[in-house]
Design a protein around this ligand. Structure first.
Ligand code: UDX
Length: 434
């Protein structure tokens, strides 16, 4: 089939490459000529394992091309996927639909009468219905659930496909697009527009709630002397609860969960339904960042003014160079404002971090960040940080203080090497040298 993918950011670039991988002829469309040219040359402007290779393969074969022209896209495609961003609005918690509306208007002006316009962006419920009423060309909604770092896997081998459709024709077209994925037994849920839109927002709300639930338990553990790691392990053995997304720590960030739960609560308010618990989910999440700042102050003797702080991690999660709403950088920036000298290291996100937080210090390696530090904060769980040797690390720092904001370091090993070790939701290890 001939598909276009409108908006070639994180979601669009991945979707375009994966649709080519499925055997379709794909034209990526972006209003930014530099972005389109870079992708056409096989350059991916963000870190996503496997994507550069996929892009190179399919641009070289000619199956995947990029353009800035909606006229070209309209003439080319049978199906147009809209993959533009829906950031948080500047003036409220709601989603900014400027890019979605502009993309639909532009492609609808050029699409063939029997084309299908398929939204993939995460939108407030009601958007698909509104767009379907606005344009003569048929609209469908097909939400994505891809995780950064696993985007290709999640697109080619998803847990499920969701088609929000208003006709049997739209369903048939989408089945044809995804035929190779469906052939492997991927579950398909066909729904009306509002349900399809809600699947995405509900899924992200559930995941965020699960993380904030365990982080609230971490707060209780801190007050009562319990250990949230052991608690999560025990809870996770219950199949009804499940062990995934129960990792307590400095909380969730990124370009999706934080903004999506705010937009969902906001949209629910508009519909007269209170999803106030999502505001608690958000608040618990933000309090974990406060807690890291508080622990840092405590370990620095009450104030961080003049303290040298090594921050391990800048990306919002490992496997990504995305720093949007990153807990690590939020904590780093706050300590810098409090007068600490902060040195950040991240294996992938240094350029993005430097651009967004030019006043922070940046190290060339984890060891370099540790050199002379009064305290080390482990805030993104990259494997290389877990592999640090506590004895060698102790020889580099000025004072052996560490806060494990991700709950993955071995407290006993670090303590045995002479470190004062603190982790969120866990008691201070026994046998610590004061
Ligand atoms: C998320 C959803 O998982 C995905 O389905 C959706 O399409 C987009 O949003 P992503 O933002 O890539 O994907 O990251 P994810 O792997 O879900 O992690 C989100 C955040 O939660 C990260 O900051 C991560 O560190 C944090 N997290 C995750 C925890 O703090 N604890 C956990 O147990 C799991």
């Amino acid at each position: 089939m001939r598909l276009t993918v409108i908006g070639t950011g994180y979601l669009g670039a991945t979707h375009a490459a994966c649709m080519a991988e499925l055997g379709h002829e794909v034209l990526g469309v972006d209003v930014d000529p530099d972005k389109a040219a870079a992708l056409a040359a096989g350059q991916v402007p963000f870190h996503e394992p496997g994507l550069p290779e996929l892009l190179a393969e399919h641009t070289a074969s000619g199956r995947l091309r990029f353009t800035t022209s909606y006229a070209e896209a309209g003439a080319f495609g049978d199906v147009h996927f809209v993959c533009v961003g829906t950031p948080q609005r500047a003036d409220s918690e709601g989603a900014d639909l400027t890019y979605v509306d502009a993309a639909f208007a532009a492609i609808a002006a050029h699409a063939a009468p029997d084309a299908l316009l398929v939204g993939k962006s995460t939108v407030p419920v009601g958007t698909a219905g509104r767009l379907a009423q606005t344009y003569d060309t048929e609209v469908a909604w097909n939400p994505e659930f891809l995780r950064e770092g696993f985007a290709i896997e999640d697109t080619l081998r998803p847990d499920r496909l969701v088609f929000g459709v208003g006709s049997a024709r739209a369903e048939t077209i989408l089945r044809e697009v995804y035929a190779p994925v469906l052939a492997t037994g991927t579950p398909l849920v066909t729904a009306d527009f509002p349900t399809a839109e809600l699947v995405k927002t509900a899924a992200n709300a559930f995941l965020a709630t699960k993380i904030s639930f365990i982080n609230a338990m971490a707060e209780v553990c801190e007050a009562a002397g319990g250990d949230v790691g052991t608690l999560a392990q025990a809870l996770g053995h219950d199949d009804r609860i499940g062990a995934r997304f129960l990792r307590a720590g400095v909380g969730f960030g990124g370009g999706c969960l934080p903004k999506d739960i705010r937009a969902f609560a906001h949209r629910a308010d508009e519909l007269g339904v209170s999803l106030g618990f999502l505001r608690d989910v958000d608040a618990i999440n933000m309090r974990r960042r406060d807690r890291v700042v508080e622990l840092t102050r405590e370990l620095c003797g009450g104030a961080v003014l003049g303290a040298r702080v090594a921050v391990l991690g800048a990306a919002f999660k490992p496997g990504s160079d995305d720093i949007r709403d990153s807990p690590a950088l939020n904590v780093a920036a706050r300590l810098r404002l409090d007068g600490a000298e902060v040195n950040v290291y991240d294996p992938e996100a240094m350029d993005n971090a430097r651009k967004a937080f030019p006043l922070l210090g940046y190290a060339v390696s984890a060891e370099d960040a540790l050199r002379g530090a009064d305290i080390v904060l482990h805030l993104t769980e990259w494997p290389q940080f877990r592999a640090l040797d506590p004895e060698r690390a102790a020889a580099l720092v000025n004072r052996p203080n560490i806060v494990d904001g991700r709950g993955v370091l071995d407290a006993d090993r670090w303590t045995a090497a002479g470190w004062r070790f603190r982790a969120l939701g866990r008691p201070a290890p026994r046998g610590e040298k004061a």
